[in-house]
Design a protein around this ligand. Sequence first.
Ligand code: NAP
Length: 512
Amino acid sequence: MSAATAVRPRDSSTRPLSVAIVGAGFGGIAAAIELKRHGISDIRILEQAPELGGTWYYNSYPGAACDVPSHLYSFSFAQRRDWSRLCSTQAEIDSYLNEVARTHDVERHIECNRKVTSCAWDEHDARWRIEFADGDRCEADAIVLATGQLNQPAYPPIEGIDAFAGHGFHSARWDHDYSLAGKRVGVVGTGASAVQFVPEVATQAARLTVFQRSGNWFMPRKNRRYPPLVRAAIERVPGVQEFRRRFMFQYCEAITAAIRHPRTIGRIAGLRSAAFMRWQLKDPDVRRKVWPDYTFGCKRVLFSSRYLPALQRRNVDVVVDPIARVVAEGIVTADGTLHELDCIIWGTGFRTTDFMFGMQIVGSQAADLRDAWADGAHAHLGMTVPNFPNMFVMYGPNTNTSGGSIIVYLEAQAAYLRQALAQLRARGARSVEVRAEVERASDRALQARFAGTAWTRCDSWYRDERGRIVANWPGYMREYLEQTRTLDPSEYRFAAPQTAAAPAQLADAPTS
Ligand code: NAP
């Protein structure tokens, strides 16, 4: 057991709250900063990687960049005026997050190379008991699961995937020591990641074969470095930075409007996308192959002016025949063709619907989160789950955004969970837990909001295997902000402190 938790006063309702945050990406850092600002400083941020950064640590593939403008894809309280371009590169974002962690004094709370394997609620002590892969343990009054939706690389269940004799790696675990120069490279997958690295790989590889299962809708984005004048204006002219952030917020809301209204706004946006794609796709064969066959906005709309031209290079082939199997020499497609390869790059995304199932989470009455979510993940406002007291999920079920910035959501979540812990302490309670009927009702209302939207019109990583959309928030950023701004204590049950005379009891909070 760690020394930090070895000595523990008995009265848990008066001693300082301890919080364990799993994950040192944007979510975990946001939560830690918010808690520290509000006087909770017994915080440990447990990170399995050797460095902080989360998705921005792992996704270091060539061309990796944000596809949301940086003035919005950054904390409201840590705005930078010197971003080099509209959508920053991975290196720039990673260094931003490191700087934020340092300047807000949360860096020293981060424990790297600490892989959490389980978190179990101890009813008697009202504590979470946390276990690590190396057998170490620690405890905390509350846990924040900030592991996100995009942290477990997915390899498709293709026959013979292990039979390949060449080199292979996933885009989220890029092998920077392997040179692609002069190689025959295969890329499987054409999502947001592949669209960023394919133009880079195309300039290095002797031959690049892109295996596509679905086409995408594209919008233009050159994402060149800002010209010095623009950069100077952002840096020096008062109000320019703030205006850009507000403008981008509204722009992102407009993308969500297009997804929410596929017959009207979505149709107009789809026409804009189609015009751009037609203009870029001079090669009729490539155009036919990559044209999407689903409603605009159902999958993530991709912003790139470089990907479609890259597919039309002489050294690049697009293969749309389904992959039949992988063999030692390469990939065999359904038409029987063997595509001989030296290297396969899996741009096949993440096990998004597994959420934090890399860990075992056991709540009160031995409730296992895996069982609680057996019919699809759900949580009140994506954060709180009945039977899991003092547990908060960041970037949890139904909080992904197709149009907005996840940072906006994460900041809202950090403030919300901080309010829950403040309420817990103000009431002298030992635990806080969302009421089951509240969570059920909010989940029903949330799922109903998908009706008629583009998200329902194709299969995507937003759905689980039953087809339920478990990843995305169905509305606008502003709606999420409104719904999470003030925690309503009547939606929660607070357990009174346990005494020898009276064991802990859950009490409905009086309406605020
Ligand atoms: P993804 O969007 O899930 O794309 C995975 C790709 O692999 C898809 O093209 C998918 O085809 C294909 N695929 C999966 N299984 C396959 C199989 N068995 N055979 C052939 N193809 C298969 O993953 P991603 O590109 O890594 O992006 C995931 C998410 O990360 C994005 O949606 C976005 O939210 C985020 N992201 C963000 C940025 C950013 O700049 N902010 C950058 C990269 C990623 P189907 O479409 O047919 O399923």
